[in-house]
Write a protein that binds this ligand. Structure first.
Ligand SMILES: [Zn+2]
Length: 342
């Protein structure tokens, strides 16, 4: 990949830093170091190529929300310039999935805040059960927390995952209420002009009226954990469901899922939620399981969103592992699937 990929990676990290910074200080000078450095690098590159650069960090964020990567004065290979190319989702006031994919690009370790939390206290064979619980409970009203106490199984799981929750952040509250998407259970974001939209940019029912809950007393799963659950977590659930229907045992590893068949033998599955096939190919290439013929599974909506998804992915990985959508899965053992070429 051309050398300007490192600059996009740096800008993506800067956007994430600014998203996490206290709004009262994030845009005040002196700027956060990594963000300032990314702005400096972009400024130099723009000036050397005769393009007017963003003048400040707010300017950089505005640039990332309105200018697709294809319009940046950068040397990037064509295959990473598909899709809308925006690093900031202006409507939801947050970094896009693409921004997070660029931020992870080059990192050998897959970040997983849920695994980091559970590793400290929970035996590996119970991780999966905790992740399935988290997917159902991303926003938890007060009375449901109380109900957990009366249910032996829920109480036990809740004790293990409670540390991943916090009070509802102000950005998710309007008129004392927090909203939960009725389709995927993720929080919905209040829009400036009224209404709500599911925070997941690929949610099929993002615009549907959400369920409203009192913000006071409710708890919300931490944002990084929600991203994991809403993305790869949904793919994991599809794989686990299918594997269990074949009486196979599934365990969560550092790289992905391992399926052990009742008759012996196993299959490794890498689950991802990448919208960009080139960045996915790079991530798979960095995986320690790369050479063990893993099955790579992504959400169907990611695959169907880009007609060139499979071509780009296969083109970048020689002897590519099999890529399938969660909705295509019928045969984990063979790694094949009913091809639904929608
Ligand atoms: Zn949703």
């Amino acid at each position: 990949m051309a050398d300007d990929a490192a600059l996009v990676h740096a800008v993506a990290l800067a956007v994430l830093d600014l998203d996490e910074a206290d709004p009262a200080t994030g845009f005040a000078t002196p700027y956060p170091e990594r963000a300032q450095s990314a702005l400096d690098q972009l400024t130099l590159t723009c000036l050397s190529r005769g393009v007017r650069p963003p003048r400040s960090l707010p300017g950089l964020v505005g640039w990332c929300g309105s200018r697709p990567l294809a319009d940046w004065p950068l040397r990037l290979p064509d295959e990473v310039l598909g899709g809308d190319g925006l690093l900031v989702d202006v409507r939801r006031s947050r970094p896009t999935g693409l921004c997070r994919e660029w931020a992870q690009d080059g990192s050998a370790v897959r970040s997983d805040p849920i695994r980091d939390h559970l590793d400290a206290t929970v035996a590996p064979d119970r991780h999966l059960e905790c992740r399935l619980f988290l997917a159902e409970h991303q926003v938890v009203p007060d009375e449901v927390v109380t109900a957990f106490a009366g249910d032996r199984v829920a109480r036990r799981t809740w004790r293990l995952v409670r540390g991943l929750y916090g009070p509802v952040p102000r950005a998710l509250v309007r008129r004392g209420e927090v909203a939960r998407c009725t389709a995927c259970h993720a929080p919905s974001v209040p829009l400036v002009g009224g209404g709500w939209v599911c925070e997941r940019e690929t949610c099929a029912a993002a615009e549907q009226p959400p369920e409203l809950l009192p913000a006071t007393g409710s708890l919300v799963l931490a944002e990084a954990a929600r991203r994991t659950i809403g993305g790869v977590g949904r793919v994991e659930r599809a794989v686990v469901e299918l594997a269990r229907s074949h009486d196979a045992a599934v365990t969560c590893g550092a790289e992905g899922l391992r399926i052990d068949w009742p008759e012996g033998g196993h299959r490794l599955v890498l689950t991802f939620d990448h919208g960009d096939p080139a960045l996915l190919a790079r991530a798979v290439d960095r995986s320690a399981w790369r050479d063990q013929n893993p099955l790579v599974v992504i959400p169907g909506e990611r695959l169907w969103a880009r007609s060139d998804y499979r071509t780009v992915f296969d083109g970048l990985l020689s002897g590519a592992p099999t890529l399938v959508a969660d909705s295509e899965l019928v045969d984990l053992a063979g790694g094949s699937a009913k091809r639904n070429e929608a």
